[in-house]
Write a protein that binds this ligand. Structure first.
Ligand code: SF4
Ligand code: SF4
Length: 169
């Protein structure tokens, strides 16, 4: 009765839209209610180490191959795709190497949004977003990363923070 009355008063499209909105609104409410009943666990970090998900996106890191050679071949895909333009690469040559060598690979982490587009665009598996966790710093220079020089090292794998990584299962 109420339904047919509403249908008469409200134009068909608007009625349909309202019905759909109501349906999803109810679904969201039911899900939120179920979530509220779950036990929430607060970890007293850093005294208690946290557990990171395997896909946690930390700092951009360059990868070397088994021979210890930089895998990056300067295709520039990561530099081009980066929405915040925080990667700067300079293409060069290295004696005994057939592919181009990045004489410069700079990463300005302060503007990185950890979207992972750079990693996804790399067809050579040369970069990852690692699990370094505590990335806050007081000094601006600590956000500048390069292959060498006075900046943070692009190959650094030292764990930063108190964490373990959950298994991929
Ligand atoms: S994660 Fe995103 S914002 Fe950060 S360097 Fe890669 S593409 Fe750029
Ligand atoms: S996409 Fe990969 S190979 Fe290409 S420049 Fe970036 S890191 Fe190097």
């Amino acid at each position: 009765m109420t339904s047919s009355l509403l249908r008469t008063l409200i134009p068909f499209d608007i009625y349909g839209g309202m019905k759909l909105t109501g349906k999803y609104f109810g679904k969201v409410l039911r899900q939120a209610n179920r979530g509220a009943k779950r036990t929430h666990i607060v970890v007293e970090y850093p005294e208690v180490p946290t557990t990171l998900m395997p896909r946690f996106r930390g700092r951009l890191q360059m990868i070397k191959d088994e021979q210890g050679e930089v895998k990056c071949v300067c295709c520039l895909a990561c530099e081009k795709i980066c929405p915040t333009q925080v990667i700067t690469i300079e293409k060069g040559k290295k004696e005994g190497r057939k592919t181009p060598f990045p004489v410069r690979y700079d990463f300005e982490m302060e503007r990185c949004i950890f979207c992972e587009f750079c990693v996804e665009s790399c067809g050579f598996d040369s970069i990852i977003l690692n699990h370094q966790f505590e990335l806050a710093a007081y000094d601006r220079e600590d956000f500048s990363h390069a292959m060498e020089g006075g900046f943070q090292n692009m190959f650094d794998t030292t764990p930063v923070g108190h964490y373990s990584v959950a298994s991929d299962d």
